[in-house]
Design a protein around this ligand. Structure first.
Ligand code: NCD
Length: 331
């Protein structure tokens, strides 16, 4: 039995968590339902942190006295490292817990594990878990602020914010009238869901494309348009995001082969040429080069992949600062 699982892996329903976080700003559970003004405030705060972070060896004591636990029940590179670095730059006390090597293997439940951690007076828990809805569940049961670092197929709000910041720069701050394509495995993608909620709230148009088996059934309610081909999605767009093929979340039989996928849905140079001349290419990482994105596109002039990573650190500073301020413990 998999003791880390909480409640199955179906995507959480729309609106899951939005009410809870609106009442309690210590949490960031998702971008669904976050008002445009709050999104823009977070982006502006992140932009200011980005300036500071560009100063060599910058650090502050803004989060002095705040204890943060990064609880990663699922693998991560950039999200985990950028949360850790953001916490260090802002002077928080922090610790990282990964499922491997913990008492989860001895049968302890996720909730009990996190109760143990919060009993050590943790103020904020950054959580990544493969069960959709687990951050909301924790927000209900733990006396700590909860920041969602990716829950199953539901949301990945700090990724959504870093994508918005990257597009805000590329689009000179104007989201209205912009058209953004998201291509690939939408059904399993918390990255796509958070990006769609954020972009639609700020007035951009989102068009999604991918193998029909990987387009979620509830797509209409997400507020995005569905295109039949990648060419249709990208023609005239102001940007595109290629999603990673999530082998670990896929039941077998949803796809022919990676080679076939690259041919039909991959973002390659000829397809990039269909977009507007100043359009940008995003990828949340980790990239499967040669599958969802061609190597020359990943490294090309339109690519903002490493800008996304820089923005990720700044966004995590902004989110930690906002949630910590709501604890009432920050001077
Ligand atoms: C994503 C994730 O884990 O949700 N990666 C990330 O956080 N940048 C996307 C993925 O795994 O494909």
């Amino acid at each position: 039995m998999d003791r880390t699982s909480l409640m199955g892996h179906a995507p959480a329903p729309l609106g899951a968590g939005a009410f809870l976080q609106a009442r309690d700003p210590r949490h960031l559970l998702g971008l669904d339902g976050v008002p445009p003004g709050s999104l823009l405030d977070l982006l502006e705060s992140a932009r200011r942190y980005r300036e500071k972070l560009r100063t060599p060896r910058w650090s502050s004591d803004e989060l002095r006295g705040v204890t943060v636990c990064n609880a990663f029940f699922e693998d991560s590179t950039r999200t985990r490292v950028s949360f850790e670095l953001a916490e260090q730059r802002l002077g928080a006390m922090h610790t990282t817990f990964t499922a491997a090597g913990s008492s989860l293997s001895k049968g302890e439940s996720m909730l009990d594990t996190l109760r143990v951690l919060t009993a050590m007076r943790v103020d904020l828990v950054v959580v990544r878990h493969r069960s959709s809805g687990s951050p909301k569940f924790l927000a209900r049961h733990l006396d700590a602020g909860i920041i969602n670092a990716g829950d199953g197929e539901h949301e990945h709000p700090t990724q959504g914010l870093l994508d918005l910041l990257t597009l805000r720069d590329a689009w000179d701050g104007r989201f209205e009238g912009r058209r953004f394509a998201i291509v690939g495995d939408i059904a399993h993608s918390r990255v796509a869901r958070s990006a769609i909620f954020g972009l639609v709230a700020l007035g951009a148009e989102v068009v999604i494309a991918g193998p029909p088996t990987l387009i979620p059934a509830e797509v209409d309610s997400l507020g995005a348009e569905v295109a039949g081909t990648v060419e249709e999605a990208m023609r005239g767009a102001d940007g595109v995001m290629a999603l990673r093929l999530q082998h670990e979340r896929m039941e077998s039989g949803l796809l022919a082969s990676p080679g076939e996928y690259a041919r039909v849905w991959g973002i390659h140079r000829e397809r990039v040429a269909l977009m507007r001349p100043d359009a940008v290419v995003l990828h949340p990482g980790p990239m499967n080069r040669g599958v969802e994105i061609a190597p020359d596109v990943a490294d090309g002039g339109e690519s903002r992949v490493f800008m996304q990573v820089e923005n990720g650190l700044a966004v995590r500073c902004a989110v930690l600062a906002r949630c910590a301020a709501a604890l009432g413990e920050v001077s």
